[in-house]
Structures are given as structure tokens and as C-alpha cells.
Design a protein around this ligand. Structure first.
Ligand code: BG6
Length: 369
């Protein structure tokens, strides 16, 4: 059932272009608009929403962090993202004008379920983004947008994460569509780019051999750090989480701008640091700043592993290892930038002799609080 792959995780990483395409299927009409009839919250209600709150755990939480950038940019609705396990214990401000989005692959995570129950008790509408038909979280929500990743067996989430991102982008764009905010050529262009993104993921998958080799060479390391900015910051967090889960290594993700406020003290000779570089087009200020960050850590001895778009020449002099990804609109970049990090963690874990599908101490769905 692993279809010739050594692990479910490798199989699921390889299935990502299809998972992404399947999650878009039937949701974009011929005119390039979104048809999300399954979101059974009326357009009138969605127009009334004045805040979005996303609750999730683990990898799904990282999808939520990325969604915030898209939702606020495309809809101008304030969006908060919170760990489901923290949410209800701090008396959050919720009402009928709050749209709560609960993201969960399994649909059974108790922390997320308790958070959504709390939100509904306060009168908020809950939209679930879920990969498991008929599971508890969608059953208890007002509406559900299913991700179509297919069954995910490996404990560490890969294809479900990419489809959660796609679903979050769809919700953000749909909110923009029904509310008429920023609707127009920019959004249509994004929808077109989204429809093509599976090919970009496929392209990344075809170039992963050097990443595998690099991962194997790092098997004896104790620590790997990950840096990113903007949507690359949650990608860095996700890269670090994968390494913790699978390789049992000390791995931390930081916002690159925070380096100077503390983490730079960790940099020492030979320390591997993975840097997710934003597109040199678009928000180029961020790009320039992260290139400076790469210079700073390299000057202090870090071994830099740089994930950058294919036309980005500025990073070349400072990259000990350069991983190329296709040029992608900034907000969509996580869909391609995460893939090398998944491969990196999977290969590193395997090189350390770990069982990647069933990491120690973890369960696929955690049904206790
Ligand atoms: C954890 C899993 O226990 O639950 C993670 O090990 C997962 O991989 C997290 O991201 C959330 O799970 P779900 O099913 O709610 O997305």
C-alpha cells in the first residue's frame, strides 16, 4: 500500500501535486471565480464578519499562520491565529461577527474541537477546514471546506498541510469575492497562479536529490535553525517542527528580523541554518533584509542552506547550499518552499535510523486535551 515507496511519508510527499489539484477541483469556475457552495455560511453573513479567528494545532496551526497574511491582505479583515489549546482558556473576544476557522487534518483533535465548541457557545460561526469526511470537527461546525489530500497515514503531516494552505487561500479569496474587497485583476491573477501551482510543486519534487544528500551529511548534527520572513516565517516554523517530530533534533524556527534581538547569539561555527528567502520581486525590501541576515550569520560561521527562487542571484555568494524553487507569487510561496523542508526532515530522520511514519511519542490524531 506504500506504492513502492520506502515510507508512507515519502509517498505522501510525492502525492502533493495531486492533492493540491484535487483540493482546487470544481472550486474555480470557467470565468475564474470561486464556487464554494459547500461553505454553508451565507454571503450576507460573511459580509457582516468583522474578524477572523483561526484555531488549530501543530502543522495545521502553521497553515493558519500563513492564512493570516492572505486573509488580511486580500480582504482587509483583521485575522488572529491561535493555538487551539490556548484559545478558550483566555476568555477570547467572540461574537456573531467573528468567523472562526478550525483547521484539522483528522477532524478529531480534542484541543481544536474544544476551541470550536467554545466559539459556537459565544455565538460565532465556525468553518472547518478538514481532510476527513464526517469526522467530529466538521460535524460540529457550521460549515466545512474539505481538503482532498486523501488519507494521510504518516504521523507528520505533509500533503494535508499543502491542501490546508490551498483551502485557506480559497477561503481568503472567497471572502474577498463575496465582500468585493480588492476584487479584480490582482485576485484573478492569484486564482490563475493557484490553478498552476501543482506544476511548481511537481518541479520542486523533481530536484530534491541534492537536498537528500545534504540531509544525510547532517545526520550527526545536534541543532538546525530555520529563518524566514513574512509567510516564510511560518514555513521556517514548519521546517523546524518536521525536524523535531522526525529526526528528534533540536530545531527552531525564527522570524529573521528577530535574529538581532537574541537568536543570533546561538550562531557558531558550522551550525546549519536553513533560510527561506522571499521572492526578489514584489516585496523586495524583505528580500534585501533577509540577504543581509544571511550575510550576518555566515560571517559568524553558520553553514547556510538557502531556499530561494530560481531567478534570485543576490543570495548566491552567501549560500553554502542553494535550493532552488520556482518563482511564485509571495503569498503562495509556502506551497513550494515547504516541500524541500519536508524532504530534508524525512531524509535526515532516515539517516539517523528513525522510523519516519511512526515517530516516537506521537500519534496521528490526539483525542485528549
Ligand atoms: C499532532 C500531529 O498530534 O496533531 C501533528 O502529530 C498534527 O502532525 C496535529 O499537525 C494536528 O492534527 P490535526 O489532525 O488536527 O490536523
Amino acid at each position: 500500500e506504500k506504492g513502492g515507496y520506502a515510507s508512507f511519508m515519502l509517498k505522501e510527499i510525492a502525492e502533493q501535486p495531486k492533492a493540491v489539484a484535487d483540493t482546487l477541483l470544481g472550486r474555480i469556475d470557467a470565468s475564474g471565480s470561486l464556487t464554494l457552495d459547500e461553505v454553508r455560511i451565507s454571503a450576507a453573513e460573511l459580509r457582516e464578519m468583522d474578524k477572523v479567528v483561526i484555531v488549530a494545532c501543530g502543522t495545521a496551526f502553521h497553515a493558519g499562520l500563513i492564512a493570516k497574511y492572505a486573509i488580511e491582505h486580500w480582504t482587509r479583515i483583521p485575522c488572529e491565529v491561535e493555538l487551539a489549546s490556548e484559545f478558550r482558556y483566555r476568555d477570547p473576544i467572540l461574537d456573531q461577527q467573528t468567523l472562526v476557522i478550525a483547521i484539522s487534518q483528522s477532524g478529531e483533535t480534542m484541543d481544536t474541537l474544544m476551541a470550536l465548541r467554545h466559539a459556537r457557545e459565544q455565538g460565532s460561526k465556525v468553518l472547518a477546514i478538514c481532510n476527513t469526511n464526517g469526522s467530529t470537527i466538521p460535524r460540529e461546525s457550521d460549515a466545512v471546506l474539505y481538503t482532498h489530500a486523501g488519507p494521510e497515514v504518516a504521523v507528520a503531516s505533509t500533503k494535508a498541510f499543502l491542501t490546508q494552505l490551498v483551502a485557506c487561500y480559497l477561503v481568503a479569496l472567497y471572502l474577498g469575492q463575496v465582500r468585493g474587497t480588492k476584487w479584480g485583476d490582482e485576485i484573478r491573477a492569484v486564482i490563475r497562479d493557484l490553478a498552476r501551482i501543482g506544476d511548481a510543486v511537481e518541479q520542486v519534487l523533481g530536484t530534491m536529490e541534492p537536498v537528500r544528500e545534504l540531509a544525510r551529511s547532517l545526520a550527526a548534527q545536534d541543532t538546525v535553525l530555520f529563518l524566514g520572513r513574512h509567510v516564510g516565517y511560518p514555513v521556517a516554523l514548519e521546517g523546524a517542527l518536521k525536524l523535531k517530530e522526525l529526526a528528534y533534533m533540536h530545531a527552531e524556527g525564527f522570524a529573521a528580523g528577530e535574529l538581532k534581538h537574541g537568536p543570533i547569539a546561538l550562531i557558531e561555527e558550522g551550525l546549519p541554518v536553513v533560510v527561506v528567502v522571499p521572492s526578489p520581486r514584489g516585496r523586495s525590501v524583505l528580500h534585501d533584509k533577509i540577504v543581509s541576515n544571511i550575510q550576518e550569520i555566515r560571517a559568524r560561521g553558520a553553514r547556510t542552506i538557502v531556499i530561494a527562487e530560481e531567478d534570485d542571484e543576490a543570495v548566491v555568494p552567501y549560500a553554502d547550499h542553494l535550493v532552488r524553487i520556482p518563482a511564485t507569487p509571495t503569498l503562495l510561496q509556502p506551497l513550494v518552499a515547504t516541500v524541500p523542508l519536508q524532504v530534508f526532515a524525512c531524509e535526515l530522520a532516515t539517516a539517523r535510523g528513525n522510523e519516519v511514519d511512526q515517530p516516537r511519542n506521537l500519534a496521528k490524531s490526539v483525542t485528549v486535551e
